[in-house]
Design a protein around this ligand. Structure first.
Ligand code: NAD
Ligand code: LMR
Length: 329
């Protein structure tokens, strides 16, 4: 076991995803069975008491790998020395709230959190934004942290990736483990593009399944892209356990590296790959070498995929324009 614990800061710790996430982190599922973890929980003042209750429960699990839990409502305290920052807490869209209002309200959260990460987090900090709108919130946080490499700020599209894996496995009648090299492109929103043209599904190329254009366009793509709304409709609450699971998958693969011959999807800072304008946080097919994410190179993008990637990227550009107009990036 390594001796010094890794500091993991989780925002929105008293929320639904927080409750599904924190116990798995305490159990060692984020960084593996040899790495002790110190948790720092950030909440708004009204929810600090509830977060303290979660901390009490974490204590009561007596997790051998859990080195301690601190609760705070101050970002500079909560991100102090953070090696991993999971930004889950966000402002949900309220009644009558326009998209610009939502972006502005989240700017009020992710701007100060980005600045605090810049000033007090560990030099090797890695950030995953889960709170929606995740890509643009990550852009705001990254833009507020000029001393932290942009590549350390990521947005979660792993839940979309996992959703796509399951849909494809079911369609093909193979175990999920036999579906590889799926890709989510663009925004974590209904405009995202789940791409199976480069996938391997059991012993078939994904393009075989994609040849059924009716299934591809009327079933697979909308089922994956609108799954979040379908969960809200069915549960009366948004995905929490599957979102927490995806956050664990994202960070675990970032540290451990992606398996040989496969890739995953993550929202990362674009440097212009595949025609996605530089400086957007867009989802790409990515691999990790244990330190950095890299966009998978050399994929051929046919006109069907190009149109859909461009549509989702256009939405990201609109969101960036809106937060630029508000002076947030
Ligand atoms: P929730 O409302 O149950 O919890 C959010 C928590 O964040 C609350 O406890 C709230 O007090 C806290 N919070 C708000 N502002 C904060 C701030 N400035 N600092 C610290 N904490 C703050 O919501 P949830 O179900 O846990 O979902 C959290 C977010 O994750 C939402 O934005 C949701 O849309 C998003 N989400 C993203 C994905 C994805 O795939 N990227 C999937 C599911 C949910
Ligand atoms: C999801 O994909 O499940 C969430 O992003 C949905 C939401 O709006 O919280």
């Amino acid at each position: 076991m390594t001796t010094s614990p890794v500091t993991v800061t989780v925002t929105g710790a008293a929320g639904q995803i927080g409750y599904a996430l924190l116990f798995r982190i305490g159990a060692g599922q984020l960084l593996g069975p040899d790495t002790p973890v110190r948790l720092r929980l950030l909440e708004i003042p009204q929810a600090v008491q509830a977060a303290e209750g979660v901390a009490m429960e974490l204590d009561d699990c007596a997790f051998p790998l859990l080195d301690g839990v601190d609760v705070s409502d101050d970002p500079r305290t909560a991100f102090d020395g953070a090696n991993v920052a999971l930004l889950v807490g966000a402002r949900p869209r309220g009644k009558g709230m326009e998209r610009a209002d939502l972006l502005e309200a989240n700017g009020g959260i992710f701007g100060p959190q980005g600045r605090a990460i810049n000033d007090v987090a560990a030099d090797d900090v890695r950030v995953l934004v889960v709170g929606n709108p995740a890509n643009t919130n990550a852009l705001i946080a990254a833009s507020s942290a000029p001393d932290v490499p942009r590549s350390r700020f990521t947005a979660m599209t792993r839940l979309d990736h996992n959703r796509a894996l399951s849909q494809v496995a079911r369609r093909a009648g193979v175990p999920v483990a036999q579906v590889r090299r799926l890709s989510i492109w663009g925004n974590h929103s209904a405009s995202q593009y789940p791409d199976l043209f480069h996938a391997q599904v059991g012993d078939r190329p994904g393009s075989d399944l994609a040849a059924d254009r009716g299934w591809l366009t009327d079933d697979f793509i909308p089922t994956v892209a609108k799954r979040g709304a379908a969960i809200i409709e069915a549960r009366g609450a948004s995905s929490q356990a599957s979102a927490a699971n995806a956050a664990i998958d994202h960070v675990r693969d970032w540290y451990a590296g992606t398996p040989e011959g496969d890739w995953t999807s993550a929202g990362i800072w674009s440097t212009g790959e595949y025609g996605v304008p530089e400086g957007l946080i867009s989802s790409f097919p990515v691999t990790s070498d244990g330190r950095d994410w890299s966009v998978v190179e050399g994929l051929e993008i046919d006109p069907f995929s190009r149109e859909r990637i461009d549509a989702s990227v256009a939405e990201l550009l609109e969101e960036r324009e809106a937060v630029r107009a508000l002076g947030l990036v």
